[in-house]
Design a protein around this ligand. Structure first.
Ligand SMILES: [Zn+2]
Ligand SMILES: [Zn+2]
Length: 255
C-alpha cells in the first residue's frame, strides 16, 4: 500500500508555504547585488576587521534592498552586506551570531567600491541578474513548533504523525519512508526568504534589543554562489529583526 504523505498533510503544507527566491547570477553585470567581488564601503571607511583575530574579514556578499523582489518586502534600505573572517585560528567564532567574527550590516549614503586589502583575495564576483521564485516549506526541525506531533515506535520501526489543529493524522508509517522529509523540507542552496534549511537543530536568533525572533533574509550555502565551505558542508543564515532592520545576524552550522 502506498501512502500519500504530502497529500495527507496538504492543508498543513498550504498553511506554511512561503515564497523564496533563488539568485540567478552572471559573472559580470552592473547589479549592486552580488556574491563576492568588491564591496561598496562608506566614504572614508576602513576595511572591516574581525573581533577575534583582528585581521581584515573576507567580503562575502551584498544585496541592494531596493532591487529585491517586491513580494519579499525587504526591511530597511541601502546595501545589506556580509563580511566574514576567513581565518581559522580558533578565536574566530564565525558560526555564532553576534560573535564579531562576521559583520552583517546595512550601508547607506555615498559608497566606494573598494579592493580587498593585501593578503585577502576577493571571491569571484557573481552578480544577481534576477531572482527565481519558488514555493518553500518548513524544515523538519521546525515542524514541531508548527503543530506537527511525531511519535516514534523504534522497536517496530513505525512512526505516527498528527496535527491536532487541522485534524490530520497518519498512523504507523514505515520509519524508512522518512515521513518528516516527505511532509516538507526547506530548499537548500542560496535563497532569499522562505524557510531556513537546518543542518543541525533550528537556531532562530533573538534580537538583542527587543528579544523578537529574527527572520530569515538570505540562506548562504557552502559552495553555491560563493566558493566557500562553512566547516564541513555547513549552511548559513542572515537574519533580521522584524522591528529593527539594522539588527542583523549571521550564523552557520555543519554536521
Ligand atoms: Zn578572525
Ligand atoms: Zn529588535
Amino acid at each position: 500500500m502506498t501512502v500519500d504523505i504530502p497529500g495527507t498533510f496538504a492543508a498543513w503544507r498550504a498553511r506554511h508555504a512561503r515564497p523564496a527566491w533563488k539568485p540567478v547570477c552572471v559573472e559580470r553585470g552592473p547589479q549592486a547585488s552580488r556574491f563576492g567581488g568588491e564591496p561598496a564601503l562608506a566614504e572614508g571607511e576602513r576595511w572591516p576587521s574581525c573581533d577575534g583575530c583582528r585581521h581584515p574579514m573576507q567580503f562575502f556578499l551584498q544585496l541592494a534592498l531596493a532591487d529585491l523582489p517586491h513580494a519579499f518586502a525587504a526591511r530597511g534600505d541601502g546595501l545589506l552586506q556580509l563580511f566574514c573572517c576567513s581565518r581559522d585560528d580558533g578565536r574566530c567564532e564565525t558560526w555564532s551570531p553576534f560573535s564579531g567574527a562576521q559583520l552583517v550590516r546595512l550601508v547607506r549614503g555615498p559608497t566606494r567600491l573598494t579592493s580587498h586589502p593585501a593578503g585577502l583575495t576577493a571571491f569571484p564576483a557573481r552578480a544577481v541578474e534576477r531572482w527565481r521564485e519558488l514555493v518553500d516549506y518548513p524544515d523538519p526541525e521546525d515542524h514541531a513548533a508548527l503543530g506537527l506531533l511525531y511519535v516514534y515506535d523504534f522497536p517496530n520501526e513505525r512512526v505516527s504523525v498528527s496535527c491536532a489543529e487541522l485534524g490530520l493524522a497518519l498512523r504507523d508509517v514505515d520509519i524508512e519512508l522518512d515521513v518528516a522529509e516527505a511532509i516538507a523540507v526547506a530548499a537548500t542552496g542560496d535563497k532569499l526568504g522562505g524557510w531556513p534549511s537546518w543542518v543541525q537543530g533550528a537556531e532562530h536568533p533573538g534580537c538583542p534589543r527587543c528579544g523578537r525572533r529574527m527572520e530569515l533574509v538570505l540562506q548562504v550555502d557552502s559552495e553555491d554562489n560563493l566558493p566557500h565551505m562553512f566547516g564541513d558542508v555547513g549552511r548559513g543564515h542572515i537574519t533580521q529583526c522584524p522591528e529593527h532592520p539594522d539588527v542583523l545576524a549571521f550564523g552557520w552550522a555543519c554536521s
